[in-house]
Design a protein around this ligand. Sequence first.
Ligand code: COI
Length: 368
Amino acid sequence: MTTPGLTFDLKPSAQPLTPAEREAALADPGFGRYFTDHMVTIRWTEGRGWHDAQLEPYAPLQMDPATMALHYGQEIFEGLKAYRQPDGSVATFRPETNAERFQRSAKRLGMPELPTELFVEAIDVLVAQDRDWVPAGGEQSLYLRPFMIATEVGLGINRPANEYLFMVIASPAGAYFPRGVKPVSVWLSQEYVRAAPGGTGEAKCAGNYAASFLAQAEAVRQGCDQVVWLDAVERRWIEEMGGMNLYFVQGTGADARIVTPALTGTLLPGVTRDSLLRIAADLGYATGETRISTDDWRAGCADGTISEVFACGTAAVITPVGSVKSAEGDWTVADGESGEITMRLRQTLVGIQTGRIEDRHGWLHHIG
Ligand code: COI
């Protein structure tokens, strides 16, 4: 397997898990608890560029305590999934789109940009090696986690690091939320913000998630499942839910309009978000990218014009939002249950991903 100038050195594990051990992990994988037998690593050094691409046994990393990623947080990551297809083959979903976002994240964090072909090939190499780890059951999948860290050793901060490690690891995935596809309750965070204009909100970098945990803990303290982020300036425009994008359904039935907060630079441009905009249009719904305030949300639920709300992301796919709590009051979205259009979009997306619904957009990347 080659990418111009770079060949993957394949070093398969001499001690992979036995089929019985692997099946035990696949029986109830949860999310992010088990890892496959292998990982991919590629190094980047200033002056030399990308080099030393390897498939090797999954193993801990050894790092100097002064490794820059550990101090200044130059870390970016991606999330995508491989799905077992009806004929037993395996395909990933829109890996090039993740590759492009990874490049934008790298740019924002002052890190080198991994070419799309190399990003996709790194995933192909890992999935091909660990293909027996791709579950076949229902909505299960193999979650892929490409990421990159600064590996230069030193504590100076006058410039980005001059050495990086790109890796891909893989983890079998069942339901992301332990309760499955059940409506979640959300807390509108007016105290903490996720991203400010000019910041790193549209990059998928570790720091955005590190900064989210306190607000998520506050949401739980308020009796809610998830935090909803508002814009940093006015604290009234809806941005995201936890690590997921949000969607609002206005109206019902065939006349429904499906809208999502516009990408202002402070939101993560989700691949699932983008896919749903297109699927909703394919299903004949009007769609829009717009601004939605907390007042719009509350008033729309009070007068019934907002009929459904859901969050979307690679990990959980689509999660209905049933109720909202905020410093200014609480309200329910319709009857608080999973909406019809929410579930229709979910089934369509998962159907495409698992090869049971026609892939009109050429989104599946077949690995074999
Ligand atoms: C996703 O929805 O896929 C996410 O980004 C969550 C992930 C960080 C676990």
